[in-house]
Design a binder for this molecule. Structure first.
Ligand SMILES: NC(=O)C1=CN([C@@H]2O[C@H](COP(=O)(O)OP(=O)(O)OC[C@H]3O[C@@H](n4cnc5c(N)ncnc54)[C@H](O)[C@@H]3O)[C@@H](O)[C@H]2O)C=CC1
Ligand SMILES: CC/C=C\C[C@H](O)C(=O)/C=C/C=C/C=C\C=C\[C@@H](O)C/C=C\CCC(=O)O
Length: 256
């Protein structure tokens, strides 16, 4: 898919999946704004990706998604640099139920801040040109991860946020397509250390959570995310897990 002329803002873009998404976007001709709390990793990613794809195509904005003002500044800086923002990817996260208040503030409140800002900056009803907002969920958005109940709660909430904001009622006003893309386990090895669980019982449950799970390469998932971008309908939910191709999944709710 050709993304020439598009500008994407990616939170948590300095490392892991976020960085892999940035690389895939650049390969397809987009300009990217890496928004991350970690300035060393962010500057490093900016340098490396700038060398590979052109310095003028990559920007790093120091941004803590728990701070609305910093997050808004990142949108302003991106707009000033590239004149437009077409795609926003809410990807920043932590998985650590020991610091559950921070976890909620990054994973859920951060995604809410990013959603409100994307609608403000991209929304046709606010003078923007419309665009796309992708909220990164998890396999734990649809299957409770019993080792980390709070992380699970934040990732479940991503679906409700994306479904409601992506409803065609809102899309008809804003022109902003909203999707949730749920990602299965990655092979980064970052998730296994014991300090992220609230008790030894929870830590033990991690083995149950990981049963039958095939860890995925970040570039496989990043490619899958890009392939979904244009074809997906607003409000749709996608799953990329166990190394398989992306598939659209239903949002199950009881009849009310
Ligand atoms: N690693 C895995 O196995 C899975 C990851 N995911 C999802 O994929 C996404 C990316 O995860 P990973 O790449 O594994 O994470 P990671 O830990 O490798 O990268 C997260 C990035 O977010 C940044 N970040 C953390 N707090 C921030 C804040 N307050 N403000 C701005 N940036 C902040 C970090 O500095 C880091 O660069 C997340 O949304 C996660 O929930 C979903 C399922 C599995
Ligand atoms: C049953 C569901 C199956 C799969 C879901 C999957 O396991 C999942 O969502 C996993 C997410 C893993 C995230 C991994 C790494 C997260 C790293 C950050 O927490 C690191 C950030 C800061 C360091 C603080 C710390 O934890 O020490």
């Amino acid at each position: 898919m050709d993304l020439k002329g598009n500008v994407a803002l990616v939170t948590g873009g300095a490392t892991g999946l976020g960085r892999a998404i940035c690389e895939e976007l650049l390969k397809r001709g987009a300009c990217i704004s890496i928004c991350d709390l970690d300035s060393d990793a962010g500057e490093n990613a900016c340098d490396e990706l700038g060398k590979a794809f052109g310095k003028e195509k990559v920007l790093f904005c120091h941004c803590d998604v728990t701070d609305y003002v910093q997050y808004e500044d990142a949108f302003q800086t991106t707009l000033a640099e590239f004149d437009n923002i077409d795609i926003v990817i809410n990807n920043a996260e932590i998985m650590n139920d020991k610091f559950w208040e921070l976890e909620v503030d990054v994973n859920l409140n951060g995604a809410i801040r990013g959603t409100l800002l994307a609608l403000q900056f991209l929304g046709k009803d606010k003078g923007g040109k419309g665009g796309m907002l992708i909220n990164i969920g998890s396999a734990a958005s649809v299957k409770p991860q019993i080792s980390t109940p709070i992380y699970t709660a934040t990732k479940h909430a991503i679906l409700g946020l994306s479904k409601a904001c992506g409803d065609s009622y809102h899309f008809n006003h804003t022109g902003v397509k909203v999707l949730a893309i749920c990602v299965g386990h990655l092979d980064t090895g970052a998730s296994s250390h014991s300090n992220r669980f609230t008790s030894s019982v929870h830590e033990k449950a991690w083995q149950l959570d990981m049963k039958g799970i095939i860890p995925q390469k970040t570039d496989h998932v990043a490619k899958g995310i890009i392939s979904v971008l244009k074809e997906a309908n607003t409000g749709s939910i996608w799953l990329i897990s166990n190394g398989k191709a992306p598939k659209e999944i239903p949002y199950s709710v009881a009849t009310v």
